[in-house]
Design a protein around this ligand. Structure first.
Ligand SMILES: [Fe+2]
Ligand SMILES: [Fe+2]
Length: 267
């Protein structure tokens, strides 16, 4: 079985910056690779309605590919992110609906997740992370995402939900998926306070702990716009973002960037 993995397409921003139809190129690339499953680990575009629309279009135009999705932070930008979450659940392949069995051995379990400051650098306080401001920069989620509770609580609920699903399927081969980063190992510490401050908003060690506890085979995530595919703590970890044009891309050409970035794994 062939599984394609990609995250952080940021369709709106990349379409405007490249002045090309990113959606059409993505579709073309999938038609070339013909995977059985496409795992999209969040940040499709900004706002739930636009993200839902793109997901539905992609699935209806590629009916032979099973699209599985978790939301990113940009996908839940809304005056009420709880409403955004439910809007995105209108997509059948949203992993928030529950575990998806690929065959008798493999199951995909995931949800977007959130961050809880567990990757925060020690020189800052949780109160500072709650404010989310360093110098004159405010973390955009603090303005555009609205959960009406503390980030730590939001993350904790996702961890609890995934814990239950993973426990039920622990004897299967599990592919766990989140948007947010599960291990601090994958977060860059630059020793520049203006960068390192925002590491608190990269993910939660709770997700990594679950992956280890249930010995998941593969762990797919996104959010940090750095590409990784390596074994860490016995888990095949895949972070495969498209990221922002041009500074995070290796090619000037969207066709080339998308098709070369699309990760194909076999199970
Ligand atoms: Fe992103
Ligand atoms: Fe993100």
């Amino acid at each position: 079985m062939k599984i394609a993995v990609l995250s952080d397409i940021h369709e709106g921003i990349n379409r405007k910056k490249t002045e090309t139809d990113i959606f059409a190129i993505l579709k073309e690339s999938l038609l070339e690779q013909v995977p059985d499953v496409f795992i999209l680990s969040g940040d499709i575009t900004a706002g739930p309605d636009k993200s839902l629309n793109l997901l539905k279009r992609l699935q209806s135009e590629l009916p032979k590919i099973q699209i599985l999705y978790v939301h990113g932070n940009h996908d839940v930008y809304h005056e009420d992110s709880r409403v955004a979450y439910h809007t995105l659940m209108k997509f059948q392949g949203n992993l928030g609906h529950g575990p998806v069995h690929l065959n008798s051995e493999w199951v995909v379990i995931g949800d977007g997740g959130w961050y809880d400051y567990s990757f925060g650098e020690k020189e800052f306080t949780n109160e500072e992370f709650t404010n989310g401001r360093f110098d004159d920069f405010t973390w955009p989620d603090k303005i555009h995402a609205n959960w009406f509770e503390k980030d730590e609580m939001v993350a904790e609920k996702y961890v609890a939900k995934l814990d239950a699903w993973l426990a039920e399927h622990q004897h299967k081969n599990i592919i766990m998926v989140s948007h947010f980063v599960p291990f601090k190992y994958f977060v860059h510490v630059k020793n520049e306070p203006a960068w390192d401050f925002f590491n608190a908003m990269m993910g939660s060690s709770g997700f990594g702990a679950l992956a280890e506890k249930y010995r998941v085979k593969k762990l797919v995530f996104g959010h940090i716009h750095t590409r990784y595919h390596e074994e860490y703590r016995g888990i095949d970890c895949i972070c495969n973002p498209l990221g922002y044009f041009p500074h995070e891309w290796t090619s000037e050409l969207p066709q080339q960037e998308i098709s070369s970035t699309m990760k194909i794994i076999e199970i």
